[in-house]
Design a protein around this ligand. Sequence first.
Ligand code: HEM
Length: 417
Amino acid sequence: MSDPVDSRSSLSDAPTPEPASGHKLTRRGFFAGLGMTGAASVLAACSSADDSAASAGNAGADSGASIRKIDFDGPHQAGIQEDSQTHALVVAFDLKRDGLPSGGLKQNLTRLMRIWTGDARSMTQGKTALADLEHELTVAPQNLTITVGWGPKLIEEVGLLGDAPSWVKKNLDGLPKFKGDKLNDDFGAADVVLQICGDDLTAVSHAARVLTRGGRDYATPKWTQRGFVDSPTGETPRNLLGFKDGTAIPRKEEEYNEFIWDDQGGSAMVVRRIVFDMPAWEQLDRKSREVVFGRHVDTGAPIGGNDEFDPVDLNKAGDDGLPLIDERSHVGITAGEGTHIRRRAYNWDNEVTPLGNSGLIFICFQNDPDKAFTPLQKRLAEKDRLNKWITHVGSAVFWVLPGTQHGAYWGQKILEG
Ligand code: HEM
């Protein structure tokens, strides 16, 4: 097999030497394949692209008005703790294995992480990714974040189970199956995931394309989930059943340290694809819908309360002596767990059909799914009133690697030991 390090070398006919640092040589290989005139003009175009992107980024940092960036580097990856952006594109990939010598998979994973980290670092900061000729699509990242995770099976296959948190080896075959699950492998386990979020859908889509193209020698896309949440008024966004979704989440640093980040600064990402039965849901009147959730539709307050952020009191009774919040309501079951997982759910919809075709991409982060998502979902699957109108059709879990610092690539410490 030809050396796949230079994933973009097929742009060039020139043989590509083994790079010490993937990015620089790749760019050289790319130019080497063009005739002198072509090389010169592309070089000019690329450097002006880089310059204008960089200056646009700086201008954004100065004016702060139109260009919005979220830091890429830090102890934790971006795309978890920050407020949810408007759009999400979650893409799962499987690594190519055909014809690889022993040890080749780990080597390719390393190459993929190097390429992706460089490109993700650039694009999230408003700079052009390597060999990207569409630099206009990256100058305004608008809070673009790109978060990577590895699937448990891949971690085992590349011999890194001992370096990963202990939940990984207990979930090699994915999360346990729950009552009512109708799982479809189309949205199931995969080797690697990219969660790409941002407030500009074009930038999000472009980032997905750049990364898919950049990694094409090593990884093939397996599934894609597109989601949106919008809050023009600045309030907590609503899901497509009409309720504010994202009220009770961790907001304090201590909560993130205790429940969301693992010892290395990583996290566990659960992705559940959920389908709504809209015609059946629409048979319910508003009051019944509130009983199902345990919250008011308009304010998002717990039933009996006035404000969205009023504490949920499951013991509070109405005039009839019965609890105001039904114990089998969604919040009746989940209350108190809100700060233990960072929910980052996105709405999805597909073609419009008479039956409706929509639901929720339930994404949550926690340091140990065996302590957070799994026991909670077990309870929900057993008794949540909401189950009558929802079906879980996809399930995947990934170890989100610790953040990068000082120019490192994703997973460097783990891969290099
Ligand atoms: C279609 C599926 C789901 C919908 C539509 C949904 C919707 C909601 C809504 C509207 C709330 C109340 C507002 C808020 O705090 O954000 C809520 C709360 C919550 N949900 Fe869900 N949810 C779904 C699935 C899940 C799943 C699968 C889990 C975890 C296994 C979960 C865990 C929670 C938790 C922990 C809370 C916060 C409870 C609290 O502390 O008050 N939800 N959800």
